[in-house]
Design a protein around this ligand. Structure first.
Ligand code: CP
Length: 332
């Protein structure tokens, strides 16, 4: 049988290694990452761009990833699955775990995870509760990756790929970033704010209707770490001065006034007021807040951003799997 066009994961994908190895067992929130760890992840992610271009590798062919999604997803679940396949590994997947797992019979996530972590080497979970991924990690013998938790928790791997997308374009120190949308419930915005705070001289503008502003947990963290930020409700006051515009959704059910929604939208007119070299990011999916007329603008990064999710998730999987022995050891 013909083999795919595969390459082993030697340098540059696996170099330079972290001197003391991967310090994380689980990936639950952005605050866990240090700048050296981020740089290692991004170097590996660059390597993965080459690995994918050559068709993938078989280096992880004896490893199994479970994708356990209790809430809908297009990009996160499929890019994690594609990542594991490109690494040569195998995937167990349930896309509506609340309905198609024993949790419909009342099984708690802890019991599900105890079982599944014996079947697989890494678990990627999107849970409906804000503490769902953490509860999973507390009982899992395999690494757990939070793929978005609850309605206002975190989505750390999205933030990793967001930051990688910026990193591929420009230095991260000294950035000014507008983060726009429903920020109190915005998992991706929340996780990105924590990551950006790791870099020097970053300034964030949180732009949202006042009732949807960033919650105190993040603002307190930024204050404690001396990170500059401003709370803003008018997009016009910041759009022309920032290096990065990170646009996110405002769900119409939370802002029923259509004019109010439009005030936070980006279209070809708003884009004209941005810096010539600004970057426009969006975690997707989008609705009215990011008009399709922006797609052709060279500053629009959001489709590249989604593609980068594959590379970053491949890199993250290798860092976790390289550290972990293959499944089979019992938890009891
Ligand atoms: N950005 C993101 O999390 O997209 P999905 O909901 O499609 O996974």
């Amino acid at each position: 049988m013909p083999q795919p066009n595969v390459i082993p994961l030697q340098s540059p994908a696996s170099e330079p290694a972290l001197r003391d190895g991967m310090p994380l067992k689980h990936v639950i929130e952005s605050q866990q990452f240090t700048v050296p760890l981020l740089m290692e992840l991004f170097e590996r992610s660059r390597g993965m761009e080459h690995v994918v271009a050559r068709g993938g590798t078989l280096d992880y062919q004896n490893r199994i990833m479970t994708a356990l999604f209790y809430a809908p997803s297009t990009r996160t679940r499929l890019s994690f699955e594609a990542a594991m396949h490109r690494l040569g590994g195998r995937v167990l997947s349930t896309e509506n775990a609340g309905a198609f797992s024993s949790e419909i019979e009342g099984e708690q996530v802890e019991d599900s995870i105890r079982i599944i972590s014996g079947y697989s080497d890494v678990i990627v979970i999107r849970h409906t509760a804000e503490d769902g991924a953490r509860r999973a990690a507390e009982v899992s013998i395999a690494p757990v990756i939070n793929a978005g938790d609850g309605n206002g928790g975190q989505h750390p791997t999205q933030a990793l790929l967001d930051l990688y997308t910026i990193y591929r374009q420009r230095p991260l120190d000294g950035l000014s970033v507008a983060i726009i949308g429903e920020l109190d419930k915005g998992r991706t915005a929340r996780s990105l704010a924590y990551l950006l705070a790791k870099f020097d001289r970053v300034k964030m503008f949180f732009v949202s209707p006042p009732q949807m502003q960033m919650k105190p947990d993040i603002l307190d963290y930024l204050d404690e770490h001396g990170v500059r930020y401003e709370l803003e409700s008018d997009i016009d006051r910041v759009i022309g001065e920032v290096d990065v515009v990170y646009q996110t959704r405002i769900r119409p059910e939370r802002l029923r006034d259509a004019d109010g929604l439009r005030r936070y939208a980006i279209d070809s007119k708003v884009v004209q007021r941005m810096k010539a070299d600004a970057l426009i990011l969006h975690p997707l999916p989008r609705t009215v807040e990011l008009d399709k007329s922006v797609d052709a603008d060279p500053r629009a990064m959001y489709f590249r951003q989604a593609m980068n999710g594959l590379y970053v998730r491949m890199a993250l999987l290798t860092m976790l799997l390289d550290k972990e022995p293959a499944a089979g050891s019992a938890w009891w």
